[in-house]
Write a protein that binds this ligand. Structure first.
Ligand code: SF4
Ligand code: SF4
Length: 291
């Protein structure tokens, strides 16, 4: 069974897709968005141990890995996380110099499903997010297949860096994708995320045409990219494909959780956000929200 590094599981979420859902967040992302609110999910932990001393409840400990019983020679150390001792104070990743988190668990899809099953009477489905969940494709396929077999809905929250059209097996068990379109222009997308957006835009078109686009999200940071152009082009594309009922979530940038060097970015005004709503509605989109 494939394993993934799981950053956290939220049993009941009403903001990760329609209805009440269990949201599973996986570690690691190929983008490096300047306004990322969860920068600790971007990189994999390198087990340097720096964060352990900040964990007062003792949920993090440094343990020897690969201890050889025969001669007691030891291998390198790694950080062990005990979720039962964690008080979720966030001190560990506040002090990580590598943009990572040791507050993670290596879990199989079946182990995650065991946690999901407890919530089954109260949820409509699961949403797998990140980081970027598609970095764990084989695990995703197993988890979504298990969830589907138990009658649960399945959504992915993605930055669009994975070619969904080339993976019919995964799409067969995915009800829909909530896709980030962080900037329309390639140059601006590079500036915001460090990566090209050709795959993101191909996904936008393909998912909309395939009836698999549940939601589009754009975080609005006026000084970082042309937000009006992005909302306009996304809306025009959706309208052109007749995909008028996909939700367009226009997200107000807030500096909470953002890395120190990017905290000076200015949040948009309410007036500007409402202008963006007007642009999308003007193209006929019926479900445009500001959060
Ligand atoms: S989370 Fe960061 S500080 Fe802690 S062990 Fe991993 S890389 Fe080091
Ligand atoms: S969040 Fe958990 S693992 Fe991190 S420092 Fe706090 S108690 Fe320790």
């Amino acid at each position: 069974m494939a394993k993934a590094t799981v950053n956290k599981i939220i049993s009941f979420s009403s903001v990760d897709g329609p209805g009440n859902r269990t949201a599973v967040f996986l570690q690691g992302c190929g983008f490096d968005c300047r306004y990322c609110h969860n920068p600790e999910t971007i990189h994999a932990c390198i087990h340097c141990g720096e964060c352990v001393k900040y964990c007062k409840p003792g949920a993090l400990t440094l343990v020897e890995e690969n201890v050889r019983a025969a001669d007691q020679r030891t291998g390198r150390k790694r950080v062990h996380y005990d979720i039962t001792k964690c008080v979720f104070c966030d001190e560990c990743f506040r002090h990580c110099p590598h943009g990572a988190s040791a507050r993670t668990r290596e879990l199989t899809a079946e182990q995650v499903m065991r946690e999901v099953r407890r919530n089954k009477p109260f949820i409509r489905g699961i949403t797998v997010s990140g980081g970027e969940c598609t970095l764990w494709r084989d695990f995703l396929l197993e988890l979504l297949s298990l969830a589907k077999a138990e009658g649960l809905g399945t959504l992915l929250d993605s930055n669009g860096s994975y070619a969904f059209s080339e993976d019919p097996e995964l799409m067969a068990v995915t009800d829909g994708v909530m896709l980030d379109v962080k900037a329309w222009s390639r140059e601006e997308h590079l500036r915001v995320t460090g990566q090209d957006n050709a795959c993101v835009l191909r996904n936008l078109e393909w998912l909309a045409a395939a009836g698999k686009l549940t939601e589009v999200r754009t975080v609005v940071v006026p000084e970082l990219f042309d937000c009006r152009q992005t909302v306009r082009e996304v809306s025009a594309l959706l309208a052109g494909l007749g995909c008028l009922d996909a939700r367009y979530k226009i997200i107000r940038y807030r500096p909470m959780g953002v890395r120190e060097e990017y905290k000076s970015l200015t949040p948009p005004t309410e007036e500007f956000l409402q202008k963006l709503v007007g642009v999308a509605v003007g193209y006929g989109l019926s479900d445009v929200v500001v959060v």
